[in-house]
Design a protein around this ligand. Structure first.
Ligand code: KG4
Ligand code: ZN
Length: 334
């Protein structure tokens, strides 16, 4: 490939997905994701297992991303990598690999904040939000309402005080005996059910969230019903899933409504793994139409962890000449 436009290789390894992506100009040419199914059997991500799997996956995944993009190492202008937040052992694999590659090619290294990249996933493809916009970033580790003033200027104006929305899905699923991650499974079963069981909505101040009370009420609900009917879960799985999903979605949407009221901003995005949820996607679209919001949801593959979002974030950092100092300890903790 003739290297006339900015070409970036981006790497994401913050949790249990090893991903690499190539950006050329403002286009994503490849986005390879190796999902570590090995954690399913443990009911959650086992940090050391994740690090080892990243070690196995990193070279084949980077290789596949370069091949699919038809880009050679010598075409690259910069290497980008997630430097946090995430599991330390997982981050170490991506950061060490990216750092070594950037040093060997004598090109800049760009550190990318994982949660900022989830927000900037909106800029991978049209339609793109205009500034300022509000973003509900919902993942396995975070739940945030972010005021996005510019590509690299954002402020968290609300966040969870305990569990994240993705954890609420995963922990509820665990109580139902579903595998990990349970979010996509609850989504699937919810489509066949009716949300007639009611779970309480936490009364949180301001724009903060709390999901731990919901988990407790679901645990009590299940324990009580199992006492009367040992097959309660089996016989009601779709309805229970629909009810859990409905409550999580309403908690998220109600906070967004509050944020819109407080800021007057009606340009609204959702992103992060939980934005793959069909109930949340349709709720935000419907409510957006009703309330006159412009709503934005990234394509499915850019909602859950992926390196394309790291690449697009790195493009804005490259343009602003924000490069990593290779000699500093490189991790972002929150
Ligand atoms: O952003 P992400 O891929 O990784 C983190 O940064 O944490 O988010 C993973 C989370 C998991 O909790 C997973 O259960 C949830 O996203 N998730 C879903 C769906 N797809 C993924 N939750 C509900 N419905 C889905 N369809
Ligand atoms: Zn994520």
């Amino acid at each position: 490939m003739q290297n006339t436009m900015l070409t970036i290789l981006a790497i994401e390894s913050s949790c249990d997905d090893t991903s690499a992506s190539v950006l050329y100009g403002d286009k994503i040419l490849s986005n390879i994701i190796a999902t570590q199914d090995i954690h399913n059997q443990y009911g959650g991500v086992v940090p050391e297992v994740a690090s080892r799997a990243h070690m196995q996956n990193i070279i084949p995944v980077v290789d596949a991303a370069l091949k699919e993009a038809r880009v050679k190492l010598s075409d690259l202008d910069a290497i980008a990598v997630t430097n946090g937040p995430g599991l330390m052992g997982s981050l170490l694999v991506g950061v060490s690999f990216a750092k070594a590659l950037a040093l060997s090619r004598d090109i800049p290294l760009i550190n990318v904040h994982h949660m900022e990249a989830h927000v900037l996933a909106h800029f991978i493809e049209e339609p793109r939000p205009s500034f300022p916009f509000l973003n509900l970033t919902v993942s396995g580790g975070h739940t945030q309402i972010v005021l996005v003033k510019e590509y690299l200027d954002m402020e968290v104006i609300g966040s969870t005080l305990d569990d994240a929305a993705g954890e609420a899905f995963d922990k509820s699923g665990k109580l139902l005996g579903l595998g990990y991650p349970a979010g996509p499974l609850i989504d699937k079963y919810a489509k066949e059910g009716k949300a007639h069981f009611t779970f309480p909505e936490p009364q949180m101040k301001d724009l903060d969230f709390s999901f731990s009370g919901l988990k407790t009420s679901i645990a009590n609900f299940i324990t009580n019903h199992l006492k009367e009917d040992p097959d309660f879960i089996k016989n009601n799985l779709a309805d229970i899933c629909a009810s859990i999903q409905d409550r999580i979605v309403s908690i998220l949407i109600n906070k967004l409504k509050k944020a819109v009221k407080l800021t007057g901003i009606k340009e609204i995005g959702i992103s992060g793994g939980v934005s793959a949820n069909s109930g949340l996607r349709s709720a935000i679209t419907t409510i957006g139409t009703d309330l006159g919001w412009n709503t934005y949801i990234p394509k499915f593959e850019y909602c859950t962890d992926n390196a394309a979002m790291i690449a697009i974030a790195a493009k804005y950092k490259y343009e602003a000449r924000i490069f990593a100092d290779q000699t500093l300890v490189p991790f972002t903790r929150s």
